[in-house]
Every structure is written in structure tokens, then in C-alpha cells.
Design a protein around this ligand. Structure first.
Ligand SMILES: Cc1cc2nc3c(=O)[nH]c(=O)nc-3n(C[C@H](O)[C@H](O)[C@H](O)COP(=O)(O)OP(=O)(O)OC[C@H]3O[C@@H](n4cnc5c(N)ncnc54)[C@H](O)[C@@H]3O)c2cc1C
Length: 207
């Protein structure tokens, strides 16, 4: 068994902050990630969603402004594919600068790729390999919750993960609370729709 002073499960915002802080004490750290380094915020959360929101906001208000002094608004367009490409580049850049580089620069930190499973109070198993840790931080974040709406299992629904990968602007979309306002605006404004027709906010049973 390979032993460390600290094991951190997840390679995300919380994990990076914990690793940077722990590194000041000179400890040996094992960092375990089963998915993409950076976790939710940079990959499928705050960063891509705010990029889309901002691009849509600028476009929408430029197109629907009340100033006669501003001309040409009717000819404005938004290239959704280009917006997604820009988002992809931004995510890759921030993931590299804020996570990959930060974690690579921490001395005595060893990364493991795979799902962490507790094998004992101070032991984690990753891909069948045992890792010991005096302390263990669980920075496993959260996963999309699929609300128990009748018939949802027969619908081709999107969570934030799939929605933020869309390459084409959908014709219509309904967003379920609690993230409906942000999600709705992320795709409604790039469509420059004044009314939410077809871009509705479906109340959730859990709202
Ligand atoms: C669309 C969207 C927009 C958002 N916008 C904002 C915003 O504007 N502002 C804001 O403050 N917050 C926002 N959030 C919330 C924010 O993204 C999360 O609160 C934050 O990313 C949680 O960070 P974390 O470090 O706790 O965990 P996460 O970033 O979720 O990372 C957890 C990591 O642990 C890994 N993991 C889990 N279990 C295991 C295991 N057993 N073994 C190995 N690895 C494991 C996962 O793969 C993941 O990489 C948004 C979220 C979404 C979905």
C-alpha cells in the first residue's frame, strides 16, 4: 500500500484549495479524480454557463435596445457555434491555468485517475490499488439530480452537462427549477427571443 499524509478525493475547486493549503505544511498528498480535472465549476458549471449568459445578454440587449441613435441592430447576428467554440477555449484555458498547472506545481502531490472507494477508515482503493492516508478529505462535490417527474424516464432530457455541450441552438427548451432562470436565459437570449414562447419555465414538483 502506498501511504500519504493526506488523501483528497476529487480534483476540483475545493480539492485544489485544500491541496494548496496542505502543501504549505509539506505533507505528501494523494489526489484522486474519476472524471475531468477541475470538477464542475470550470468544466460544466459556473464558467461555461456564465460565458453563454454573457454572450447572450450582450447580443439580446444590443438587438432590443430603445435608442434610435443606435443603428444596425436589426442586422446583428449571433453565431452560436462560434460562441460554443469560444466557451470551449475559455474552459480549456482556465482548466489549465487554475487547476492542471496549480496541481502540477505542488511538490509531493501524486495524482490518481479513477473512482475512489473506501476500503477502511484510512484506506482508499482506486482501480484495485490501495492508498493509505492519515487524513482524508472528501471533495466529491455533487451530481445532477433528476427530479422524480412522471414520465421523465421516457424523455430525452438534458442536465447541465449535456446542455452546455450543445452545438446547435435548440428551437425550444423548457427548464426545470431551481436553475431554470439561468438555464432559460443561457439559451433564450442567444436566440434573441423577446418572449419565452417555447422557452418556458416548467415549475418543478421540487421548487
Ligand atoms: C450550470 C451551473 C452553474 C453554476 N454556477 C455557479 C456560479 O455562478 N457561482 C457559484 O458559486 N457556483 C456555481 N455553480 C455551483 C458550483 O459549480 C459548485 O458548487 C462547485 O463547482 C462545487 O465544487 P466542489 O469543488 O465542491 O465539487 P465539484 O466541482 O463538483 O467536483 C467534485 C469532483 O469530485 C470528483 N469525484 C466525485 N466522487 C469521486 C470519487 N468517488 N472518486 C474520484 N473522484 C470523485 C468528481 O468527478 C468531480 O470532479 C454552478 C453549477 C452549475 C451546474
Amino acid at each position: 500500500m502506498q501511504n500519504f499524509d493526506l488523501i483528497i478525493v476529487g480534483a476540483c475547486s475545493a480539492a485544489a484549495a485544500a491541496a494548496v493549503r496542505a502543501a504549505r505544511e509539506g505533507v505528501r498528498i494523494a489526489l484522486i479524480e474519476r472524471g475531468t480535472i477541475g470538477g464542475t465549476c470550470v468544466n460544466v458549471g459556473c464558467v461555461p454557463s456564465k460565458h453563454l449568459l454573457r454572450a447572450g445578454e450582450i447580443y439580446y440587449y444590443a438587438k432590443h435596445n430603445n435608442f434610435r441613435s443606435i443603428t444596425g441592430a436589426e442586422n446583428l447576428g449571433l453565431d452560436f457555434r462560434q460562441a460554443i467554440e469560444e466557451k470551449r477555449r475559455l474552459v480549456a484555458e482556465l482548466r489549465h491555468d487554475k487547476y492542471e498547472k496549480t496541481l502540477n506545481d505542488i511538490p509531493r502531490l501524486t495524482k490518481f485517475q479513477g473512482s475512489a472507494i473506501f476500503a477502511g477508515p484510512h484506506e482508499i482503493s482506486v482501480n484495485g490499488r490501495s492508498i493509505g492516508g492519515e487524513k482524508i478529505i472528501i471533495a466529491g462535490g455533487s451530481s445532477p439530480f433528476i427530479p422524480p417527474i412522471e414520465g421523465i424516464d421516457r424523455v430525452d432530457y438534458l442536465t447541465n452537462v449535456e446542455a452546455l455541450q450543445l452545438e446547435e441552438l435548440p428551437e425550444s427548451m423548457s427548464a426545470v427549477k431551481p436553475a431554470s432562470t439561468e438555464a432559460g436565459n443561457s439559451w433564450r437570449r442567444p436566440a434573441a427571443r423577446r418572449t419565452p414562447r417555447g422557452w418556458g419555465w416548467k415549475p418543478s414538483a421540487l421548487s
